[in-house]
Design a protein around this ligand. Structure first.
Ligand SMILES: [Ca+2]
Ligand SMILES: [Ca+2]
Ligand SMILES: [Ca+2]
Ligand SMILES: [Ca+2]
Length: 226
């Protein structure tokens, strides 16, 4: 009984940590990552296809883009809507004005709608949208961020630097990450009152119980210093 409940709570927490990467709009988190890695290329293809399909409409544009980009169709639909928006609102600026005038007009009229369609947002207001912010729910995590020693990959480079890791007590398997493998080891000792695995008895009161669980949860998902 107890184990089942605890397991549910822990997996809800585990899912919540990884679940933050899922986008709400038409573009999947894989789409957003692709756009982040290939921003200029994607913009160039969208502009070229938009121009090539100016008189032919949305289907032409989608076919043109899907041929060249590794994006899902719902995500490409957002680019189609954006081109229609630009044609409707910025035809004169883009057909007869400078590139800057066209871009400025598109930014003012069509950027917000595109971001909403694609699910692009900056939830933690650190100026990096979820396109490239590897954690858009934490303002000390974004590309190029300084290490804060809290166990996060602050600068989103996939490497945990000495100024990013933290001191952990719950790294049961000693792999410098608090994850589901540690969770399983911890659960194996939960409710133990006799001869408990001492590593899981974080507060050293002889019982692996609720307060140890809270300690475990507070470290879940963190990167630990060696
Ligand atoms: Ca952000
Ligand atoms: Ca962030
Ligand atoms: Ca890093
Ligand atoms: Ca571990």
């Amino acid at each position: 009984m107890m184990h089942k409940y605890i397991l549910g709570v822990l997996f809800a927490v585990a899912f919540g940590v990884s679940g933050t990467a899922y986008a709400q709009g038409n573009c999947t988190s894989m789409d957003l990552e692709y756009i982040c890695q290939n921003t200029e290329f994607v913009q160039g293809v969208a502009a070229d296809c938009g121009l090539a399909c100016l008189s032919e409409g949305e289907e032409c544009l989608e076919a043109c883009m899907i041929e060249q980009l590794e994006l899902s169709l719902p995500c490409i639909d957002c680019f189609g809507e954006q081109v229609i928006c630009v044609v409707e609102n910025c035809y004169f600026a883009c057909a007869f004005g400078s590139d800057e005038a066209c871009a400025e007009c598109a930014l003012q009229n069509c950027e917000a709608g595109f971001n909403e369609c694609a699910g692009i947002e900056d939830s933690d207001a650190d100026t990096w949208t979820n396109l490239c912010d590897c954690n858009d729910n934490n303002p000390v995590i974004y590309p190029g961020a300084e290490g804060t020693g809290q166990g996060f990959d602050n600068d989103c480079n996939g490497i945990v630097a000495p100024n990013e890791c933290t001191t952990c007590v719950a790294d049961m398997n000693n792999d410098q990450i608090i994850g589901t493998a540690d969770l399983l080891i911890f659960l194996g000792t939960f409710d133990c009152t006799d001869n408990c695995l001492t590593e899981a008895d974080f507060n050293e009161d002889g019982v692996v119980g609720a307060s140890d669980l809270l300690t475990f949860l507070s470290e879940f998902g963190l990167f630990c210093c060696p």
